[in-house]
Design a protein. Structure first.
Length: 456
């Protein structure tokens, strides 16, 4: 199957340029700039005039809840939502039931995804206090890395104590696997929660969530993770950085053999403490959405991130039933669905090329290029000849308002409901298949298992 995407504006490798793109089966066969004509015949033509043609988004941080929590979400629904949003690849987290902390549980997730996932997939392996001996048995070409919870989590996935944490970092480094950390200090959080309950009752209002899961709780844990990574010569990626203070711990120019890098998630760029008044527990997540000052610092950091840096933008897509999002800091669960609308939410922050702020080529770098580069995803994340044809086509124009009927996630709600957007995803291609076409979805398409580090 040969498909010509004609007349669009391509965004790739820091460039924004007019070109047509030819897909041959699952690969990008050619990119024809300006007035170059297509070479050979094609079976389908997509007119991308007036649109931007981007690499498919790689979301490095999602919770699809399968197995064990499929009342909230599952691979089929959430990968469909991803495709509607221009996301063609995802890395899923290990805190399911059972947790992905054994080789058998990891194999089971790959089996499920091969049957159910509409887009490309892989899974983090979860660290516990005593499973680091398994890291060397995992095929490092199969997974993005090890997920380490250095803060409150479910089951036995909270790893505490410097000696045990150090062993996790050393074992991951020996296995050649990056460590992605959730950094919040549990002792500080528990102390803050106790004080809040004494002052405000058994279920403090959700507006107190940023004070309970505080700047100090994030900073102290992130500081420890960075120190351990450098001591152990391990590659570290800190998930969902949420405070201005944590930014001081990172060097955007860190390109060494064992870089210390970071992820900022879409909710922390969209919301601030002021939004608790209207959104309530819908925006309750861990780490918490924090102050306007924190959000401004994160946005500035994102807009100034160097093209060759290793900051990524993820979602921490974490669906729950709407009934579970009722209450305050103690009763309402934490997490929100974001994968379907992450790309358009980021594009809403794009300014004109002549203005200071976030530009569309930076969105592509942070959501496509950098995840591919950081985790060494094979053949994806860029619009290049020979690469897999994972492509999102977006248009800026007629405003539209997000309604419940548009939501593809199984939970059927979004904290962005009611928001008006200028950008929309019109087409998504996954491995050369036209998966999403202006509201028409190809149910027969299945994604592929991602591979990593084949060149190393």
């Amino acid at each position: 199957m040969r498909i010509l995407i004609k007349g669009g504006t391509l965004v790739n490798d820091g460039r924004v340029f007019s070109a047509s793109l030819l897909i041959d089966n699952d690969r990008i066969a050619d990119i024809m700039e300006e007035n170059e004509t297509s070479r050979g015949d094609y079976d389908e033509m997509v007119d991308a005039t007036g649109c931007f043609v981007l690499p498919g988004v790689i979301d490095d941080h999602v919770h699809f809840r399968e197995p064990g929590l499929t009342d909230k979400a599952d691979i089929r629904h959430e990968s469909r939502a991803a495709a509607y949003g221009g996301v063609t690849s995802y890395f899923e987290m290990p805190n399911t039931i059972p947790q992905t902390t054994t080789l058998e549980a990891l194999d089971d997730k790959f089996r499920r995804a091969a049957e159910e996932s509409y887009v490309n997939y892989s899974f983090f392996f979860g660290a516990t206090n005593d499973n680091h001996g398994l890291f060397g048995q995992i095929d490092r070409h199969r997974i993005p890395g090890v997920k380490l919870f250095m803060g409150s989590s479910t089951g036995n996935m909270l790893v505490e104590g410097r000696p045990t944490l150090k062993q996790v970092f050393l074992s991951a480094a020996a296995a050649g696997l990056p460590v992605m950390t959730h950094c919040e200090d549990t002792e500080i959080i528990n102390r803050n929660m106790k004080a809040a309950k004494q002052q405000f009752g058994d279920d403090p209002g959700v507006e107190h969530h940023p004070a309970i899961r505080s700047e100090e709780a994030c900073y102290r844990s992130t500081e420890l993770a960075v120190a351990l990574a450098r001591e152990c010569r391990a590659q570290l990626h800190v998930a969902h950085v949420s405070t201005a203070k944590e930014l001081e711990l990172f060097d955007p120019q860190d390109h060494g053999e064992h870089p210390v890098t970071m992820e900022i998630c879409v909710p922390h760029l969209c919301f601030s403490e002021e939004d608790y008044a209207t959104k309530g527990a819908l925006i309750k997540c861990n780490p918490a959405v924090k102050t306007c000052r924190d959000r401004a610092a994160l946005r500035q950091f994102v807009s100034q991130a160097p093209a060759d840096g290793l900051l990524t933008i993820g979602t921490d897509h974490a669906p729950h039933l709407l009934s579970q999002k009722q209450g305050g800091c103690a009763k309402a669960v934490s997490g929100m669905p974001m994968v379907q609308f992450s790309l358009v939410a980021m594009l809403e922050q794009v300014v004109a090329p002549s203005d200071e702020g976030l530009h569309i080529e930076q969105v592509v770098q942070l959501m496509c290029h950098h995840p591919a580069r950081l985790f060494q995803v094979d053949g994806r994340g860029f619009l290049r000849k020979g690469y897999k044809a994972d492509i999102a086509i977006v248009r800026e124009g007629r405003p539209w308002t997000l309604t419940e009927e548009m939501i593809q996630s199984k939970c059927r709600w979004s904290p962005l409901t009611g928001q008006t957007f200028r950008w929309r995803v019109e087409h998504t291609f996954c491995n050369g298949r036209h998966l999403y076409n202006n509201g028409v979805f190809d149910e027969a398409v299945r994604g592929e298992q991602l591979t990593f580090r084949q060149g190393r």
